[in-house]
Design a protein around this ligand. Structure first.
Ligand code: NAD
Length: 503
């Protein structure tokens, strides 16, 4: 049995009391490395109380003081970057460089909210009627909760809590039970940065903990990132219970390669985008749509050998381009999809099944896999596989390629590789996708823009971080004020246009 983890409640480590725990694995060796407590409803109630008690003082702390905590937090993340990356990689399996890169993307959100006084500035209108002024301001929503997936154990929580906390809310994070250690360490760093106790808490758990958060009336807003089935449930349950909910979900991201694309650039791009982090990214490219027979032939000819020669290894191998997948179940699920692809008639160009690494025979490794001749009815095309599997679909024309993107259930990301501005413009204008790349395979928006998909990739009205994040974690209040001028109007019973009072 490995090391016991804890919850982080009201500024301190708290041992689990539910009697239930989950295993945390080192995916490269397949061994259990730690044990994570799984909270029950009583433990969740305690964490909600801690966040509610901390709320009044924190929400009225001046924004510039809240920003100061974020400045300190930024320095501490940079100081502990190696340690945080090690925590991510040892539980998730991704390479250390990739882990550091993802933490840096989270850090950019912290940097964005260092300017929170500016972000919270309201509007003021003088003299909306005689002696009447009007102003609008944004106030925190209250106790917020975040429920996050395994694939970005630092970055995805950091899409949420820095914005929520800087805006004056208190926050409860329920990280993935598969790799919770980095979130627990970030909580300690926030305390060290000067955040008062109870403002940021981590409760570990599974469905029981999530349901307790969703049903408690004290929780005002819920941010979720994870799979579509769970996201839909969280959105519907949270909304039914009167909460504000944003649920960012699954994906099947297409990369359209036009005949005029720079093929060297496209091939390099697809390698990182399809196989980086073993394909366990919601913005991974999992479908390559080649336009025209020659483009398809050339693409397969060049990509095939690259996939065959991918350097796969544990995160401790500095030469590894890709690590294992998260669990044995995940490996088996991915291998089942590969089998389904073969039986449904797709051409398996590179088969990643049965990969054995010397010294890591029990690790959850799946080799890079490439299919050609995939069609839109196949499960490998329709479903999110969340592994290192790329499906190539041959399209006869740009119009056919675009139609595939339009018709797919998911709408997170899509990219087009072309030298033609006209085609690129049509694509960016007309696809029903939240994040679009032009010669950029993974168009993840920077921290001061907002991240979010369309269709079954997002439920709710707000994308995450950037100004959308500020709007999600604040409520708009508009004040209309008259200071007595000594002029008496008498009672007004009818509503008038704004300029004509009625106030
Ligand atoms: P998941 O849906 O299994 O789990 C996400 C969270 O929900 C975890 O904290 C988990 O404990 C909790 N959960 C799981 N089952 C639950 C249940 N029955 N009831 C309540 N809560 C439950 O997702 P995952 O496997 O951890 O992550 C992979 C998924 O996340 C992929 O679908 C990926 O596309 C998606 N993802 C999306 C984005 C995005 O921004 N759109 C980003 C990252 C990951």
């Amino acid at each position: 049995m490995g090391r016991e983890l804890w919850h982080f409640i009201d500024g301190e480590r708290v041992a689990g009391t539910s009697g239930r725990a989950g295993d945390v694995f080192n995916p490269a060796t397949g061994e259990v490395s730690k044990s994570v407590p799984l909270a029950n409803t009583d433990e969740v109630k305690k964490v909600i109380t801690a966040a509610a008690v901390a709320l009044p003082a924190w929400s009225t702390t001046p924004p510039a003081k809240r920003a100061q905590v974020m400045f300190n937090f930024r320095s501490l993340i940079l100081k502990h970057l190696d340690e945080l990356a090690e925590l991510v990689s040892s539980e998730h399996g991704k390479t250390l460089e990739d882990a550091k890169g993802s933490i840096s993307r989270g850090l950019e959100v912290v940097e964005f909210v260092c300017g929170v006084p500016q972000l919270l500035k309201g509007h003021y209108s003088e003299s909306v009627a005689g002696d009447v002024d009007s102003y609008a301001l944004r106030q925190p929503v209250g106790v917020c909760a975040g429920i996050t997936p395994f694939n970005f154990p630092a970055m995805v929580p950091m899409w949420m809590f820095p914005v929520a906390i800087a805006c004056g809310n208190t926050f409860i994070l329920k990280p993935s039970e598969k790799d919770p250690s980095c979130a627990l360490r970030l909580a300690e760093l926030l305390s060290e940065a000067g955040l008062p106790d109870g403002c940021f808490n981590v409760i570990n758990g599974d469905k029981e903990a999530v349901d307790a958060l969703l049903s408690d009336p004290t929780v005002a807003a819920v941010s979720f990132v994870g799979s579509t089935a769970i996201g839909r449930y969280i959105y519907e349950t949270g909304c039914r219970n009167g909460k504000r909910v944003q649920a960012l979900c699954g994906a099947k991201n297409h990369m359209v390669i036009m005949p005029d694309a720079d093929m060297d650039q496209a091939v390099d791009a697809v390698m990182g985008a399809a196989y980086g982090s073993a394909g366990e990214r919601c913005m991974a490219v999992s479908v390559a749509v080649t336009v025209g027979e020659e483009t398809g032939d050339e693409f397969i000819k060049r990509v095939g050998p690259r996939v065959q020669n991918l350097k796969i290894g544990p995160y401790t191998d500095p030469l590894a381009e890709m690590g294992p997948v998260i669990t044995r179940e995940s490996k088996e699920r991915i291998e089942r999809y590969i089998e389904e692809g073969v039986t449904s008639g797709a051409e398996l160009i590179v088969d990643g099944r049965g990969l054995q690494l010397q010294g890591y025979e029990d690790g959850f490794f799946v080799g890079g896999t490439l299919f050609d001749g995939v069609t839109s009815g196949m499960s490998i095309y329709c479903d999110e596989i969340f592994g290192p599997v790329l499906s190539t679909v041959r399209a006869a024309s740009y119009a056919d390629a675009k139609q595939l993107v339009l018709d797919h259930e998911y709408g997170n990301g899509a990219a087009i590789f072309t030298r033609d501005g006209d085609t690129a413009r049509d694509f960016t204008q007309s696809v029903n996708i939240g994040m679009v790349g032009v010669n950029v395979p993974i168009p993840v928006p920077v921290a001061y823009h907002s991240f979010g998909g369309w269709k079954a990739s997002l439920f709710g009205d707000h994308s995450i971080h950037g100004m959308e994040g500020v709007r999600f974690y604040t409520r708009l209040k508009t004040v209309t004020a008259r200071w007595p001028s000594g002029i008496k109007e008498g009672a007004v019973f009818n509503f008038h246009s704004g300029s004509d009072t009625g106030h």
